[in-house]
Design a binder for this molecule. Sequence first.
Ligand code: HEM
Ligand code: HEM
Length: 178
Amino acid sequence: MTTFSDTPDRYGIVSRTLHWGMAILFAAQFLSAAAHWALPRENTLRETLWSYHTTLGATLFLLVLVRGAWGLANVPKRPPQSGRVGQAAIAGHLAIYALMVLVPAVRLLASAGSTRGFSYFGVQVLPAREVEVAWMQVASAWHGEMGWILALLVLGHIAMATVWHRLIRRDGVLGRMA
Ligand code: HEM
Ligand code: HEM
């Protein structure tokens, strides 16, 4: 049965919509980062994919705040995690959450302290500074590296869900998010 909130048997419609909707958006975000990293500067495909990177990144930042708040409100109702694998799953999910927040946050902080500010869908949400604020730029030096670590964690997460849970253990873990 589909429920609005999570239950011990299954994630509810809100959690599942956020999970799969954001999974598609993250795929597009990693695609733009991969093109930025792999293709030469003047390449048209690289420019096209890069054109949405900052707007989609800011959107993912807003969505992960909503998802985190919804997740916290639903923690007592969620499917239980048991044993050592369950504890590892919790640690893995927390690491993914931490990076889903930190990766865009460090870049948005840098924009907040920059002479260009940040505009979101044409609206200047972070005003331009007259002088760049040096400390606000520091953490953004690791934006790309942290982004690639997040991509690796997500690949591990997908392997656990599909190969370990679905093919080897054949338990219902994939089904409760599907
Ligand atoms: C969850 C959201 C985000 C993810 C997963 C992500 C991921 C990445 C990755 C993996 C790279 C490295 C690309 C390379 O090696 O060439 C990168 C670069 C970059 N990203 Fe993001 N990004 C996100 C959000 C944002 C946001 C919100 C902004 C701007 C406000 C931004 C601006 C940039 C810029 C300017 C670069 C090139 C310079 C650098 O590597 O720091 N990103 N991003
Ligand atoms: C094909 C892609 C994916 C599959 C098959 C998949 C599968 C799953 C499954 C089965 C669960 C429930 C696990 C459990 O209850 O123990 C789950 C939860 C979770 N997944 Fe994924 N996932 C995918 C993509 C992603 C992506 C791209 C992200 C983040 C960038 C992500 C982040 C999470 C997080 C944080 C949870 C914990 C529950 C929550 O708060 O939403 N997943 N995933």
